[in-house]
Design a protein around this ligand. Structure first.
Ligand SMILES: [Zn+2]
Ligand SMILES: [Zn+2]
Ligand SMILES: [Zn+2]
Length: 178
């Protein structure tokens, strides 16, 4: 079942690449195969490790360039985590976006897309042809929300920026009274 699914996905993507005028090199096929067999989104380094098993001469930069191309064509989702792990890549399927947890890098697929290409009205006037778009929604997952709420907002920064404490006059008191 999984095998069939993965093969069908690969075929769809290879067809789209070809239709866009890109060559189906063995290296590109291998990157797509690796992504189709991954259970979760992979960063470029993880993809490179797997691809290098069959193509030892293939450098990290080539892998990354191809991943970016696939993302630009919209056949691969590039998910920016805003963390040290770097961008993650996963095979597309239907176009959709992701919720990304800023606390633990958890990724949740969101249904569909709130935008269509007509949403970007400035593109035509600038002579820009839209191929795809990509964005993430950032926030905190249920678990991280709990710990996030329990942590006071950036206390160190507040202390650093605050001038020496000035006694605050209370609303009921008149100015000047002690
Ligand atoms: Zn989280
Ligand atoms: Zn997804
Ligand atoms: Zn979208």
């Amino acid at each position: 079942m999984l095998q069939l699914d993965s093969v069908a996905k690969q075929e769809t993507i290879l067809r789209r690449l070809k239709a866009s005028g890109y060559k189906l090199t063995p290296q590109r096929r291998e990157i797509i195969r690796v992504l189709s067999e991954a259970y979760e989104p992979q960063n470029a380094q993880q993809v490179h490790e797997r691809v290098a098993e069959r193509f030892p001469g293939m450098g990290m930069d080539t892998v990354y360039r191809n991943l970016r191309l696939l993302a630009a064509l919209g056949v691969v989702s590039q998910i920016n985590l805003l963390s040290k792990r770097g961008d993650l890549f996963k095979l597309g399927g239907d176009h959709h976006h992701h919720f990304v947890c800023l606390g633990c890098d958890k990724i949740v697929c969101l249904d569909g897309c709130p935008l269509d290409n007509d949403s970007f009205s400035g593109a035509d006037e600038n002579g820009f042809t839209i191929v795809s778009h990509s964005f993430q929604i950032y926030g905190y997952c249920a678990e991280c929300s709990k710990s996030h709420a329990a942590t006071p907002a950036a206390p160190a920064l507040t202390l650093e920026l605050a001038p020496t404490p000035v006694p605050r006059s209370e609303p009921g008191k008149k100015a000047g009274s002690i």
